[in-house]
Design a binder for this molecule. Sequence first.
Ligand SMILES: NC(=O)c1ccc[n+]([C@@H]2O[C@H](COP(=O)([O-])OP(=O)(O)OC[C@H]3O[C@@H](n4cnc5c(N)ncnc54)[C@H](O)[C@@H]3O)[C@@H](O)[C@H]2O)c1
Ligand SMILES: N[C@H](CO)Cc1c[nH]c[nH+]1
Ligand SMILES: [Zn+2]
Length: 429
Amino acid sequence: MRRIVKAAQGTAPAESRSEPRTVVAEIIADVRKRGDAAVRDHSARLDRWAPADFRLSERQIEESLSRVDRQTLADIREVQENVRGFAVRQRASLHDFEEEMQPGVLLGQRSIPVGSVGAYVPGGRYPLLASAHMTIVPAKVAGVRRVAACTPAGGGELPDATIAAIHLAGADEIYLLGGAQAVAALALGTESIERVDMLVGPGNAYVAEAKRQLFGEVGIDLFAGPTEVLIVADESADPFVVAVDLLSQAEHGPDSPAILVTTSGGLAEATLREVDEQLAKLPTRDVAGPAWRDHGQVIVVDGLDEAFAVSDEFASEHVQVLTQNPRLALDRLRNYGALFLGERTCVSFGDKVIGTNHVLPTRQAARYTGGLWVGMYLKTVTYQEVTTDAASAYLGELCGRAARAERFEGHARSGDLRAQPPGQRPAWA
Ligand SMILES: NC(=O)c1ccc[n+]([C@@H]2O[C@H](COP(=O)([O-])OP(=O)(O)OC[C@H]3O[C@@H](n4cnc5c(N)ncnc54)[C@H](O)[C@@H]3O)[C@@H](O)[C@H]2O)c1
Ligand SMILES: N[C@H](CO)Cc1c[nH]c[nH+]1
Ligand SMILES: [Zn+2]
């Protein structure tokens, strides 16, 4: 039996309300119609940013890099090596193959990199330079030829560290442009921006909605909207650690849910007190406070079985496990974007440094997908070759019957043709 100790008090997160849908549909329609002029108008209106050219020149990129301190540049390089290392390992787990499935029948599978990718690097509230590592490095490991990256200008103040991260990650083009107008420009193409085959990256409700609406005309990675965290904890967890880790993700935005599911009523009460105490000390409490008030939840359950079941219902982007035996969750949980096991591990490691990808499914999309990874930049394609007359004749007869069962006479005749001895024509020819 679950007991709600703290309920969410807010309305639905912005992305499930109608407002972003309408606003974004209008921006996309305008970019489709007026191209660069529309992009410039929406960027001026929403971001107070309308340069002659949104694309950064080589010189501007070099200037940005020169303004970033050495330690930050070294950290960017180190983190990108971690992300690259894991992406290379993941790539190695994908094997092309060709197999003779029955005598004379070769079937094969290959992975081909997507030709061009638009990488969205968020920057409205914070310069999320870590998203540059996550979207661009795996694209390059996959072999994507053209990566065009977009990030908001930050009201005219150049986000130098983000630009450095995008450049060092290997982007081929950098546009200082944010929001739905950036996503639409990349997906549809304009006079100055060549369209891409696929869009990747996280973003706020407007960015996520733009990707959703454009899907089909362009490929997308996944629905990666406002961040979420869910912690599964038992009585062994430290309420201070739980509170700090809940707030670490609540600071993303006022629509970011932070949820505790625990087997311990004592931990639940202590965590509520700790969250209040730590919120008061957190510089970003103006964002984390409303997020916790409106979308924070604390749920007490009877045992770990129920805790895992509740966690799977939420299918949260991040699930953190603070229990006596955290690895148990590996076998028991099924719905999460990324899993963080034990007190030594935290979601912020995944967000910033450890090497796994932080672009992850939100709003229960973890029921059907994992996060961004090198495999998403690869198209898994198949091929086939029949190498003997006997195999061709056998499949031809089977195909003739199968196609006629569906009244596909044209298909059946292609099969019939193969069922004849070489050089002979079927009776209907
Ligand atoms: N799921 C994931 O994997 C993941 C990873 C990292 C970040 N995130 C999320 O990314 C988001 C980043 O959001 P952000 O806002 O800081 O940056 P952002 O770059 O995603 O969005 C900023 C842009 O939003 C547009 N915008 C703002 N208000 C608007 C309005 N009223 N109408 C139309 N457009 C508007 C502006 O053009 C602006 O450039 C956060 O919600 C964070 O939780 C998710
Ligand atoms: N928590 C976000 C979604 O996984 C990623 C992030 C980057 N920087 C801070 N947080
Ligand atoms: Zn985060």
